[in-house]
Design a binder for this molecule. Structure first.
Ligand code: HEC
Length: 124
């Protein structure tokens, strides 16, 4: 009789434990979904670059389809941030050769400037 009571209590304990877990999981996932989407605002320039296609044509040290970030950093300075940010958004060609830089109309000016600041910081 005593044993039966104990197993009964154990069962209840396990039941209440797993029940608690089940109710907690959806709360956490809805929270992360809410923060991950809208704001690239809290990402740094290099993190924004990772979310986009830049690395398909650019790398830090080596010229690929586009110039390396080091080359860009050596050619430009802080006062060109505005110009380079527009170039990321609008695209263009003729500065480094005939291959055009892809346009990124979905990128905000603020994010473009952060990426330029990161690129310019690659100067040694
Ligand atoms: C399809 C290939 C491609 C992609 C994708 C690409 N670029 Fe470029 N990028 C180029 C080329 C080619 C140039 C050289 C353009 C020129 O000669 O005017 C360039 C030039 C640049 C320049 C220098 C602009 C200038 O006027 O000197 C910056 C800054 C730059 N890219 C940043 C980026 C960033 C940031 C991204 C991602 C949002 C990106 N690029 C994605 C190909 C690309």
């Amino acid at each position: 009789m005593k044993k039966l009571l104990l197993t009964g209590m154990m069962g209840l304990l396990i039941l209440s434990c797993s029940k608690k877990e089940n109710t907690e999981v959806p709360e956490v996932s809805s929270e992360t979904a809410a923060v991950s989407e809208p704001a690239k605002a809290n990402l740094s320039g290099d993190q924004i670059i990772e979310t986009l296609d830049c690395s398909g044509c650019h790398s830090v040290n080596e010229r690929m389809i586009g110039p390396s970030y080091k080359e860009i950093a050596e050619k430009y300075s802080e006062k060109d941030i505005e110009l380079l940010a527009s170039k990321i958004i609008e695209g263009g060609s003729g500065v480094w050769g005939g291959v055009p830089m892809a346009a990124h109309p979905q990128v905000s000016k603020e994010d473009a400037k952060k990426m330029v600041e990161y690129i310019l910081s690659q100067k040694k």
